[in-house]
Design a protein around this ligand. Structure first.
Ligand code: IPM
Ligand code: MG
Length: 378
C-alpha cells in the first residue's frame, strides 16, 4: 500500500473549513482505493504572522520539502496589510518550490448553474496553463520621488526564455494528451518585448509537436471569447498576470470560485507541488459553514492524480460533481448544507456516482506525472 506524505496548510478565513471537508474526503478515498496518507498540519497564515511575524521561513521551506505534496486552504485576513501574506507566503512558496505551472481547469460540470446563457458542458472543457513564477509577479521595480507629485513608479515584468519554455513545453504535451490544440494568450501587439519572447518560444517548440494546432489570442479578446465560445479552446498557455485574471473569468463561467480548483506544479520533481482552490480566504463568511468546499475537494483530487492515484481522483471528481448538481445553491445558506455536510456527502458517494463525461483533468495530471512532464517530488 502506498503512503503519501502530504503537508496541509489550512491558513485563514474559510481555509480551515474547506480543508477539513477535503481531508474527510481524502481519508475516505484512501480507505476505498487502498492508500494511506501521512499528514503534517502546518500552522501558517495570518494568525501565526500576527503572533510571531513569521511568513515563509527557511525552517518551513525545509520541512515542506520533505513532503510529496502540499494541500493549501487560503490566506488573507483584514488584520494584515493586503499583500503581506499573498506575497510573503503564497508567492514565496510558488517561487521557492519552482511551481512553474499553475494548472487551472475550466470545466462546466453538468447541472451547475453558469451565468452564461445557453452554455453546455460539452462546449466548456479547457485548461489554462498559467506561468507561475515570473512576469509582473516577480515584484521588482522602483519608485522615484515617492509620495510627491513627481512620483515615478516602474513595475517590471520579467520573462526568461527558460521560464517561458518550460511552461510552453508542458502545454504542448498537455495538448497532445487532450484535443490537440494550444492557444497562446498574451498582448503581443502592445507588450512587444515579452510578447515576442513568448511567441518565438511557441513557434520554436511547435516544430517538435506537429500534431498540435497552434493559435494566438490577445488577452482582451480572450475576455470576450472565453465566455462566449469556450469550445474554441483546449489548452491555453499564458503569462502570470494574464493567467491570474482570465482564470477568475474561467471560474465564473464554470459556476463560481467555490467550484474552481488548481494545481501549482513543480515540473522536475525537485520540490513538492501545491494544490489549492482558486478562491481566497473570504473572511466575511468564515466560520459560518457557508463556503462551498468543492473547489478544495477537487484540488485534493488533483493532488491525488498527481501522486499516481488516478482512480481515487476520478472517483472524487465524480462524487463532487454529483453532489454539486444536487445542491440548490452554490454557496451560503442557499447550499442547503454546510461546508462539512457537503464534504461528508462527497465522501459517502465515493465510488457510487456516475463518471464525469469528457476529458478529466485528473487524467491529464496522472498522465503528465507518469510521462515525467510534471513529476511528483523525488
Ligand atoms: C490566485 C490568487 C493569488 C495570485 C494571490 C492570492 C497571491 O489571486 O491564486 O489567483 O494573484 O496568484
Ligand atoms: Mg487570482
Amino acid at each position: 500500500m502506498s503512503t503519501h506524505k502530504i503537508a496541509v496548510i489550512p491558513g485563514d478565513g474559510i481555509g480551515p473549513e474547506v480543508i477539513d471537508a477535503s481531508l474527510g474526503v481524502l481519508e475516505a478515498a484512501g480507505r476505498a482505493f487502498g492508500f494511506t496518507t501521512d499528514l503534517t498540519m502546518i500552522d501558517a497564515g495570518a494568525g501565526r504572522y500576527l503572533r510571531t511575524g513569521e511568513l515563509w521561513t527557511a525552517a518551513l521551506d525545509e520541512q515542506l520539502r520533505g513532503h510529496d505534496a502540499v494541500l493549501f486552504g487560503a490566506m488573507g485576513d483584514p488584520a494584515v496589510t493586503p499583500g503581506v501574506l499573498e506575497r510573503g507566503f503564497i508567492l514565496a512558496m510558488r517561487t521557492a518550490f519552482q511551481q512553474a505551472v499553475n494548472l487551472r481547469p475550466v470545466k462546466l460540470y453538468p447541472g451547475v448553474a453558469t451565468p452564461i446563457a445557453d452554455l453546455t458542458p460539452e462546449r466548456c472543457d479547457l485548461v489554462i496553463v498559467r506561468e507561475n513564477t515570473e512576469g509582473a509577479y516577480v515584484g521588482r521595480g522602483s519608485t522615484v520621488h515617492a509620495g510627491t507629485p513627481h512620483a515615478v513608479a516602474v513595475q517590471e515584468s520579467v520573462n526568461t526564455r527558460q521560464g517561458v519554455e518550460r511552461v510552453v513545453d508542458y502545454s504542448f504535451r498537455l495538448a497532445q494528451q487532450r484535443r490537440g490544440k494550444l492557444t497562446l494568450c498574451h498582448k503581443k501587439n502592445i507588450l512587444i518585448e515579452a510578447g515576442t519572447l513568448w511567441q518565438d518560444t511557441v513557434d520554436d517548440l511547435a516544430v517538435r509537436y506537429p500534431d498540435v494546432e497552434v493559435d494566438y489570442v490577445h488577452v482582451d479578446a480572450m475576455c470576450f471569447h472565453l465566455p462566449v465560445a469556450p469550445e474554441r479552446f483546449d489548452v491555453v498557455v499564458t503569462d502570470n498576470l494574464f493567467g491570474d485574471i482570465i482564470t477568475d473569468l474561467g471560474a465564473v463561467i464554470q459556476g463560481g470560485l467555490g467550484v474552481a480548483a488548481s494545481a501549482n506544479l513543480n515540473l522536475d520533481g525537485s520540490a513538492p507541488s501545491m494544490f489549492e482552490a482558486i478562491h481566497g480566504s473570504a473572511p466575511d463568511i468564515a466560520g459560518k459553514g457557508w463556503a462551498n468546499p468543492v473547489g478544495a475537494v477537487l484540488s485534493t483530487a488533483m493532488c491525488l492524480a498527481h501522486l499516481g492515484e488516478r482512480e481515487a481522483a476520478l472517483a472524487i471528481e465524480a462524487a463532487a460533481v454529483n453532489v454539486l448538481r444536487g445542491l440548490p445553491g452554490l454557496s451560503g445558506p442557499a447550499m442547503g448544507m454546510d461546508t462539512g455536510g457537503v464534504g461528508r456527502e462527497i465522501a459517502e458517494q465515493l465510488g457510487q456516482a456516475p463518471a464525469v463525461t469528457g476529458r478529466s483533468v485528473m487524467d491529464d495530471l496522472a498522465a503528465s506525472a507518469m510521462a515525467g512532464s510534471a513529476a511528483p517530488r523525488r
